[in-house]
Ligand binder design. Structure first.
Ligand code: 9Z3
Length: 312
């Protein structure tokens, strides 16, 4: 009998731009693997669960993609090649620093007819320049690949395709699964084609469990990689138990637990050996420090040890 995840792939079509993305992933991975690079797959942002095939309405979640986008910058800084698999329109590395009106407020317009120019305000140059320099360096070296998803089904297809390309890196591949993936969905076969009409009264919507892809990912798709998953909870009293359960079940290398409201300043690392916390103080947060800086440094240290242990 086909497992739950196999059944999912046999009953859900890949996204329309799937083959293009697969080609890009293949090219990116082959180039960096040949160069002996380490690579990280970062998943980031929330997934949607459509309520209709011609989707007008969908179920979504809170994730802004801050964790993934910030972490991507730190992995690039440490020399990793980065596949940034993220929700369309969620935060992206580098541009995340200039969202909303921030960007406009940093510019000055000098209207001189045909020789009109735009400059960065002098007091903003120290903010923009280092970010721009890091952005350009990553682009010019071709060290980051952006791939987008919207629905949970798109995400599933692109995650498996990414893993298929990452397998060749063996222990040099790191998976950093920070996306907030829906646990529930409506299978394609049960979706109405057209917009749900209100005339028929309030609909009862029945969701089903999505397959847990961490199982085939760890044991079949990238069996030699260093896999890190995140566990989100809202109830502190169950966080560590749930994170530990996930580690025992999937037998990967690290689960990072976090609570919705405190996720920017506190996380718990649950490893096969122990648990430990990373906490930022109010002062550290106010000074602009980001918890992802420490999370990424700690993971890279463990990934380096892991690679060394598996060399023969
Ligand atoms: C996380 O726990 C991430 O840290 C956040 C980051 C989504 C909380 P933001 O995008 O938030 O910076 O706003 N990601 C994993 C969430 C998740 O759904 N994990 C599954 C679970 O908890 C397991 S894969 O059951």
């Amino acid at each position: 009998m086909a497992s739950h995840w196999e059944e999912f792939y046999s009953t859900h079509l890949p996204p329309t731009d799937f083959e293009d993305n697969r080609k890009l992933l293949k090219e990116f991975c082959e180039r960096h693997n040949k160069a002996g690079q380490r690579v990280v797959l970062i998943t980031s942002g929330g997934t949607t669960v459509p309520l209709e095939h011609n989707t007008v309405r969908f179920v979504d979640n809170f994730s802004a993609g801050t964790r993934g986008a910030a972490s991507a910058e730190y992995f690039l800084e440490h020399g990793y090649a980065v596949i940034f698999l993220h929700r369309l329109k969620s935060l992206e590395p580098f541009t995340r620093h200039f969202t909303g009106q921030k960007f406009m407020d940093m510019l000055e317009l000098h209207e001189r007819g045909p020789s009109t120019t735009i400059t960065v305000k002098p007091d903003c140059v120290d903010i923009v320049a280092p970010i721009l320099a890091r952005y350009k360096a990553a682009q010019e070296a071709g060290r980051i690949l952006y791939v987008t998803f919207t629905t949970v089904s798109d995400y599933f297809w692109l995650l498996r395709a990414s893993c298929e390309c990452l397998a060749q890196f063996e222990t040099k591949a790191l998976l950093y699964l920070a996306a907030a993936v829906s646990d529930f969905y409506i299978p394609s076969s049960e979706l109405p084609t057209h917009k749900i009409q209100s005339g028929a009264g309030a609909p009862t919507i029945s969701l089903q469990l999505v397959p847990k892809l961490l199982a085939p990912l760890v044991s079949l798709w990238v069996p030699h990689a260093y896999v890190v998953s995140f566990k989100l909870e809202t109830d502190e009293s169950i966080l560590i138990t749930k994170a530990r359960d996930s580690m025992n079940k999937y037998k990967h290398k690290l689960v990072i637990g976090n609570i919705l409201q405190t996720r920017r300043n506190r996380v718990v690392f649950v490893t096969p050996e122990n648990n430990y916390e990373i906490v930022l103080t109010r002062e550290q947060l106010l000074s602009g420090m980001e918890i992802e800086d420490t999370i990424v440094s700690n993971i890279i240290e463990s990934h380096t040890e892991f690679i060394a242990q598996h060399k023969y």
